[in-house]
Write a protein that binds this ligand. Sequence first.
Ligand SMILES: *Cc1c(COP(=O)(O)O)cnc(C)c1O
Length: 494
Amino acid sequence: MALLYKSTRDPENVVSASQAILQGLAIDGGLYVPTEIPKADLDFAKLARLSYQEIAVQIMQLFLPDFSQEELSECIEQAYDQKFEDKEITPLVKAGGQYYLELFHGSTLAFKDIALSILPYLMKKAAQKNHSDKEIVILTATSGDTGKSAMEGFANVENTQIIVFYPENGVSPIQKRQMLTQKGKNTSVAAIEGNFDDAQTKVKQLFNDENLRAKMARNNKVFSSANSINIGRLVPQIVYYVYAYSRLVKSGEIKNGEEINVSVPTGNFGNILAGFYAKKIGVPIRHLICASNQNNVLTDFFQTGNYDRNRPFYVTSSPSMDILVSSNLERLIFYLTKEDSKQTTKLMKELNENGKYTITPKMKEGLTDFLADFAREKETEQTVRKMYEKSNYVIDPHTAVATCVAEKYQEKEELSTVVLSTASPYKFPQSVLQAIKKQATTKEDFAALEELKQYVNRPLPESIQELEHTKINHKAKISAEQMTAYVEKVLNLS
Ligand SMILES: *Cc1c(COP(=O)(O)O)cnc(C)c1O
């Protein structure tokens, strides 16, 4: 039987891959997961000779069987082209005892470009396949990077609109400016009073608002998501884990079949979940290291089995990980319950109502694929500096969190470790410069860029250089309660 997708909250809700991509979130509030783990025949000696794009075709085909190989190749070629400033797309760099998989060479300088540059193409094909002529409206809550990356992908894509909500005081100046200067008449951005979790919770409510959905249908529109709750975001990310391993084999850094660890700076648990699927299809990963910043709700969860979001929320130097409700964890919970949708629904309801839940000891035994720890702000800063001083390699604060946590485990497990480098240091210049120079700087992000340039061995991307003087196109600032009205106004719903 072909691989399909089912909701974590209703085993009867089964759809094709293309339908799951179109819907984003399941109508019952659950997330779509594959009905089975596909059988992959990963021959890394062979994969080592293939390009990123060629590996992408093979891996994505496994998880998206209702797309033909030709269709996938077409999407992949359009997505992974010269928009990426490195022709390897995600080059693997050795520095300071680890390997860095640089995922930030796309147009917005963060790893989300990998999935979001292909999602619009997948969605367009999915709409054709399902004979849908409805306008697709992408609703997205962002902790800073998804919003810009998704708008870049969807700007001026026919028959789509995209609306982005970001926490007013929760993103870096460069992230904010990137979003506010977005071009494309089908793009809208609004700042929300509150944090990322407020925005994400409200977006989920909008998806499940029957009244709003009926209005959308009357106007021949339908919602979808560009957040990592959409499997169209997760599947393209499985590819780079396979790619990383193939390059380690290719360069002779490891023997084919040798186990590695991968350290992932984690927020919404999307990136690391893609790694979980990569491990399931046979990439020899011993542990996926879940690295958090001071918002260490996931560290506590992996260590104790209690998930509890009732705690202080910190604004840190790694803002894209300032998250207390990691949406994608629901998919892991579903696997831990042995695919029991009733139990999953119950736990998610507890999270919704009390902000916490506890998994059973039996479920906890299923966590052996993961290790988890967190980095304090001071440690993150020290890690940036140490990497620069020792290896002349400049990393951003998110990558530093993953490095710091990886090093804690490297003392215990002597395995080659790949750190996922999720953002360019140029995206967070003030924090990075401060860390390298070991002194506070009064320079704001844009002023710090010039100075940072002398430490980083790569040119300043054009998109960042121009940013300070690009025209602001979006000014909306609203409360979370006003989001429904805002969406109705933007979409002109009657
Ligand atoms: C989004 C993001 C993360 C967290 O990824 P998740 O998939 O949400 O866990 C880490 N680093 C950067 C730079 C990001 O933009």
